[in-house]
Design a protein around this ligand. Sequence first.
Ligand code: ACM
Length: 270
Amino acid sequence: MKVGFLQFQPMLKDVETNIDKISRLVEEAKPFDLIVIPELANSGYVFVEKDELAKVSEEIPTGYFVEKLNELAKQKNGYIVCGVCEKSENRYFNSSVLVGPEGFIAKYRKVHLFDREKLFFEPGDGPFKLYNIRGMNLGILICWDWIFPEATRSLALKGMDVLAHSTNLVLSFCQTAMITRSIENQIFTITSNRIGIETNGEHSLHFKGHSQVTTPDAKRLVQASTDKEELHIVEIDISEARNKWLSDRNHIFKDRRPEMYNTLMEKQEF
Ligand code: ACM
């Protein structure tokens, strides 16, 4: 299975430039089964006012940007997971779409919002669901979802082989943590991060790149730079994600003790 990511710098509030750049870079890519593109790749990230989202967001799957992604997936005969600023009536979601040669397949709405995203987006309803892509069980999360191991675990317990993780990372912990997500669930993860400094009025963020693919045995098959646009495709063997035995007597899922984890299912007050 050939999987990878596009790391690039989206332009704030410029959907046309963003899809043109994505199309150009992906068109030039070697053949792939799956490519992951960063969070909010149509719109950029640093919003100051909610009104700004109206111009750059779109209904999924009928919007302009997703239509163009469909064309690209068809042209490349591969699957694409990409972050999209979604409009649904007068609500906005930080979403990802999965598209393929057959067209639009699914969307995922970010469950755990980060920082000022809470000012603009509704918390998403997921779902934590798998999609079978050429024999690979694919799960989708977005950026800050990474810090909740329950999110990755929910997908892994359903049989996820590969996690498609579109991000706009500004902290530097995630890329290390994804190695742990890979080990503890025996899965591959593809984190596609953006780069660049984006400024809007008084707000400015520096996105840290370092997109990567991690393996069940704790390796990075590739890691991009912190500041360059890069596209990488690597070969993975999904059978490595199907074996959940870590010793003769330790199966990471059979050995779980859910009866000890009640606290995880309770809503605590903090
Ligand atoms: C993030 O969730 N964009 C950090």
